[in-house]
Write a protein that binds this ligand. Structure first.
Ligand SMILES: [Cu+2]
Length: 163
């Protein structure tokens, strides 16, 4: 009983601090969920950020760029098969179709952090600014954690998923 109360209190605190509820952001119709990055080894030059995008608005949008103070630059990347080998490729933008979920996740689309200023440490958080063609800019907080966030119950229907 006591742990249930504590969990409830933790949720109440998180809801008070964060823009929507636990680690989600809403920018016009664009719903951004659980930005996270894996910790990087001490000499790593690059890192990657993953998150989920869901366009609730009245049209489709595109993620066109990203930036963060923790890296010299951020690029939008995808993974593609090339001669039987998975390779990362920069993409100009990431399309988010109206009503669908676009997941940036390991082995797929991601925001690549190039030339990290220091390693990403587990438990840390850092800001990442995302720029959308229609919705504009938003700065989200990225959690550095070894494992993907648990698929949450987001309280609404996500419909079709694209990756
Ligand atoms: Cu990459």
């Amino acid at each position: 009983m006591r742990s249930v109360l504590r969990a409830g209190l933790a949720l109440a605190i998180a809801a008070a601090v964060l823009p929507v509820h636990a680690h989600e952001y809403l920018l016009k119709g664009m719903h951004i969920e659980h930005p996270w990055a894996r910790p990087t080894p001490p000499n790593a030059q690059n890192g990657a950020v993953y998150l989920t995008l869901h366009e609730h608005g009245d049209g489709s949008d595109k993620l066109v760029s990203a930036s963060t103070p923790v890296a010299a630059r951020a690029e939008l990347h995808t993974h593609q098969m090339d001669g039987g080998v998975m390779k990362m490729r920069p993409v100009e933008s990431i399309a988010i179709e109206q009503g669908t979920v676009t997941q940036l996740k390991p082995g797929g689309l991601h925001v690549m952090l190039m030339d990290l200023k220091k390693p990403l440490e587990g438990g840390a958080k850092f800001p990442l600014t995302l720029k959308f063609e229609r919705a504009g800019e938003v700065t989200v907080e990225v959690d550095v954690q070894p494992n993907p966030p648990a698929p949450g119950d987001h309280g609404h229907e996500h419909g079709a998923t694209t990756e």
